[in-house]
Write a protein that binds this ligand. Sequence first.
Ligand code: DOR
Ligand code: ZN
Length: 416
Amino acid sequence: MKIDLTLKNVTLPDGIVKDLTISNGLVEHSGAANVRENIIDCRGLIVIPAALDMHVHMRGFEQEYKEDWKSGSESAVAGGVTLVVDQPNTIPPLECPDLFKKRVGEALENSVCDFSINGAGTEGSDISGLWSTGALAFGEIFVASSSYGSALSHESIREILGKIKNNGALATIHAETINSTPAVGLVNHNLSRPGPGETDAVRMVEQLNVNDCRLHYCHLSTKESVLAANGSTEVTPHHLFFSLEMFKDTDPVAKVNPPIRTEKERKALFSIWDRIDVIASDHAPHTREEKSLKFEEAPSGIAGVETLLPLLMNAVLEKKISLNSVIDKTSKNPRKILDIPRNGFNKGEIADFAIFPKIQKRIMSDEMHTKAKFSAFEGKNAVFPDIVIKNGDIIYNKGEFFTSTPKWYHGRGYIQ
Ligand code: DOR
Ligand code: ZN
């Protein structure tokens, strides 16, 4: 057996120290290794399974000026993410097999990380066609309109969930309710898409889900919504770490849907950390110019794939959350929900790892790899990975990227 790489002195989350030998992209053995070549000594470092970010908008097509597969995937890898799930609210949206194939082609050519792509969950979507072309899941399905996504009628939601269920696929839901409050400033933006409205939307989708389609709720922003959901739940770092009191009211940098909530609501959300299944970024990049417009005119969205794990690892170092819980919510649970083989420390698991120093640093906009090179998290403490390994290959080491062939994880309906 040819051993490609050995991670020496890896402290597993239970505190036991082992060597991991890697062969053909998989963990071959975990125990003591007697090797001399291709060794990374992990003593004093934190090794975790690299993250799967199940909610990113890699843009491209007509919005290439905001992000493309190269910039977006480099941003992912620099943050310890080796697999992203791309959202279909592109322009044009991913409603048909031909466009879906084009999207896969672009990603295969330009991505430095592995990827999956969801099919659009719109009135015009060819659900069966997209499923057999390799869509991983469907949606986000917009219950209320957001950037580049129009709300579906109740009847359409009922119908589309039926179609998704017939194909045996997963529906991912953007649950919100919009009222007539003018969304001028962060306080009013929160009132115009209120927390209780999000919970109402969750309950409404469940009533419309008469065929019992499997549901995943994207970016839930309140404790009540997480507790109301009968499906898997996803929360973003910006809803966990930001409250509207932290920003100037007119600052569009923090404008996002669902909105940043009050400090009281943020704390309540954090208090049910154990109930959340997945932390994903909802990486939604816009240019600096767009995010410098007047609040009412600026697009919603925060770029965050690169800071997802670094913010969580910082919270681990500060003993606010456990390392095991981060691994569960960024690797184990999303892979289970999406039916993707696990990465991790055990024999036979995919050898995707992120290796972190125990050093906090401040997030700097100009160090980000996303196209606009800025972060709403600027100045916050974070812990960035030194080394990222994908399928047994070192693809990133202290700022330098190495050749990496992306793997496409298609859905179960794929017909070659
Ligand atoms: O703020 C948001 N921006 N929320 C969404 O649901 C979509 C996203 C985007 O694509 O910009
Ligand atoms: Zn959304």
